[in-house]
Design a protein around this ligand. Structure first.
Ligand SMILES: C[S@@+](CC[C@H](N)C(=O)[O-])C[C@H]1O[C@@H](n2cnc3c(N)ncnc32)[C@H](O)[C@@H]1O
Length: 260
């Protein structure tokens, strides 16, 4: 077994269960943190506990904390929601429940630390936002359920609403994990090959060129000969052209933005 790698601050603990990756560890000012406010803390780390983000979590390159909304629930039944003012379907998350949860999360905040509400009404998340989040000290992500959160909370804490896309999910947890994943892989030391964040789709406003690997022939299909030529200049040229072609064909909006 390889000896644990040290990042100068804490050693890597051998652990197999995803939730153990989130065990309370000392909080260091220079470690990027995500604080997630949710009714379902057991859904975390979820996909973030696997692969590169999971390894980086275990190595202490970033930290993940959940804040259980139920802990701030009201009354004997710890209610977190109530019927919408003005009537209508569904339930709304109470301001006097969500507010204290935000206060608890923000007690750990320092430096530039936005509060994001996962919301289909929000600005669509993109690579630029992931880059910006990666340059913050941390982020607090509020996951809604039911019909969402009392508007006064959003106004009071100047929360930014961010959407994963133009569709409606049951809760914000999947959106939070997607946004954290996209951000964490941009933190220094998370991706094995520093090149891969530079060349991939959306990093330079273009979609990535097609990728191939062994076997050289599969189902009578060859790998484009230029990729087997060993001529790195020609390979780079081909990749750039393919990148541009795919962007033009699939995402005219990105292609137009490129030309400005
Ligand atoms: C059923 S949705 C509420 C939708 C809300 N009533 C509306 O029409 O805008 C419950 C929660 O799921 C999350 N959610 C749903 N779709 C989302 C999306 N596209 N992006 C981010 N979060 C989303 C939000 O946190 C939201 O509060």
């Amino acid at each position: 077994m390889k000896p644990p790698r040290s990042h100068g601050r804490q050693s890597v603990r051998p652990t197999l269960k995803p939730r153990e990756l989130m065990q309370d560890t000392p909080t260091y000012a220079d470690v990027w943190q995500a604080r997630v406010i949710t009714l379902f803390p057991d859904l975390f780390p979820g996909v973030l506990g696997a692969s590169l983000t999971g390894k980086a979590l275990q190595a202490g390159t970033w930290q993940l904390h959940t804040h259980d909304l139920r802990a701030h629930g009201i009354g004997k039944h710890l209610n977190v929601d109530d019927t919408p003012a003005g009537g209508g379907a569904g339930m709304v998350m109470r301001a006097d429940v969500v507010g204290p949860a935000i206060e608890a999360a923000q007690a750990h905040a320092h430096g530039r630390w936005p509060i994001l509400y996962m919301s289909p009404r929000g600005r669509r998340f993109d690579q630029g936002m992931a880059r910006d989040l990666a340059s913050c000290a941390g982020v607090t992500l509020l996951c809604g359920r039911f019909e969402g959160v009392d508007e006064r909370v959003i106004e009071h804490y100047a929360i930014t609403e961010v959407s994963l896309g133009d569709f409606v999910m049951t809760g914000g947890e999947l959106a939070a994990q997607a946004m954290i994943d996209a951000t964490v892989r941009l933190l220094p030391g998370v991706l094995g090959n520093a090149e891969s964040a530079v060349e991939e789709s959306h990093s330079n406003g273009l979609l990535e060129h097609p990728q191939y690997t062994r076997p050289p022939i599969w189902q009578d299909r060859d790998i484009p000969p230029v990729l087997m030529s060993g001529n790195h200049q020609e390979i780079a040229k081909w990749r750039q052209m393919e990148s541009e072609r795919l962007t033009r064909e699939r995402r005219p909006d990105l292609w137009q933005a490129q030309k400005k």
